[in-house]
Ligand binder design. Structure first.
Ligand code: NAD
Length: 269
């Protein structure tokens, strides 16, 4: 895609699932990739190997640079250090993908404050702080840049038993819109994707159980869950110059889930 080759990208939570697929796809497009892991560098080794293999085949002489960068996105000091490290190693940072995310299940009236705070700290505050540090850098070097938030269909649809997750993704809509509005004139585009049900470790509870998977997929107009690669393709588009005039938007990549499958048949009187 136009405008990605040679760009420096940081992907948070890039050790599995959608984040891993995004790192691989951006490397394939010629981006240098900073692969964020939360605790141990081994977590990111698979992503790095696959990304370099997919982008050049020959890891020894790969034109694409990769960097493994530690950072728990719920910790402000980790984020500051992570962004500084990427800028120091790559020379600049052009693309931030806020992908790291967690969820906890509980009836809303039983959620502990600690659990609630943890989900918000990772999914929403972490995304904001990563964006803040990236924007500070971009403004200090007077360069354009792109921020992409990995939101969810639950940005616009409530999700029972996952109140903190729903709130975090609902908040992401205005994180995307406000930053987009504030920095549009300075050449910084901010967009989001809203994945529907996607085959990743986050959905382990149903992806290996044919019955549960069929129930999930019965609610999706296209009749199947999405893949991490399909999410990554949308991210690559939004990060590229093909999307040069797009900012402040959430692109739902959901097989039609936000069209509400119940409306496939007419049930009005
Ligand atoms: P996943 O569990 O495979 O990936 C989550 C990633 O976030 C992991 O790499 C994990 O290590 C990382 N992470 C968690 N806490 C972190 C922290 N404190 N600091 C740094 N990294 C941290 O799940 P996934 O499905 O790939 O989820 C990726 C994103 O996509 C999440 O934001 C999720 O909400 C969103 N999403 C997923 C789906 C889906 O159906 N899988 C649907 C909508 C949105």
């Amino acid at each position: 895609m136009i405008g990605l080759k040679g760009k420096n990208a940081l992907i948070t939570g890039a050790t599995s699932g959608i984040g891993q697929a995004i790192a691989i796809r951006l490397a394939k497009e010629g981006c240098n990739i900073a692969i964020n892991y939360r605790s141990y560098p081994e977590e990111a080794a698979d992503t790095e190997e696959m990304a370099l293999q997919k982008s050049c085949g020959n890891i020894e002489n790969c034109g694409v640079k990769s960097l493994l960068v530690q950072g728990d996105v719920s910790q402000e000091s980790d984020i500051v250090e992570m962004v500084n490290t990427v800028v120091k190693e790559f020379g600049s940072l052009d693309i931030l993908v806020n992908n790291a995310g967690i969820q906890t299940e509980s009836p809303s009236h039983e959620v502990t404050t600690a659990d609630f705070d943890r989900v918000i700290a990772v999914n929403l505050r972490g995304a904001y702080l990563c964006a803040r540090e990236t924007i500070k850098h971009l403004l200090s070097v007077n360069r354009p840049g792109v921020i992409i938030n990995i939101s969810s269909i639950h940005e616009i649809i409530g999700r029972l038993l996952y109140i903190s997750y729903s709130i975090s993704k609902g908040g992401m809509e205005n994180l995307t819109k406000t930053l987009a509005l504030e920095y549009a004139s300075l050449g910084i585009r901010v967009n989001a994707i809203g994945p529907g049900a996607t085959i990743t470790p986050m959905n382990q509870a149903w992806i290996d159980d044919p019955e549960k998977k069929a129930i999930v997929e019965s609610h999706i107009p296209m009749g199947r869950a999405g893949s991490s690669e399909e999410m990554a393709a949308a991210v690559a588009f939004l990060a590229s110059d093909e999307a040069a005039y797009i900012t402040g938007q959430t692109l739902f990549v959901d097989g039609g889930l936000t069209l509400y499958a119940d409306f496939r048949e007419s049930w009005s009187a």
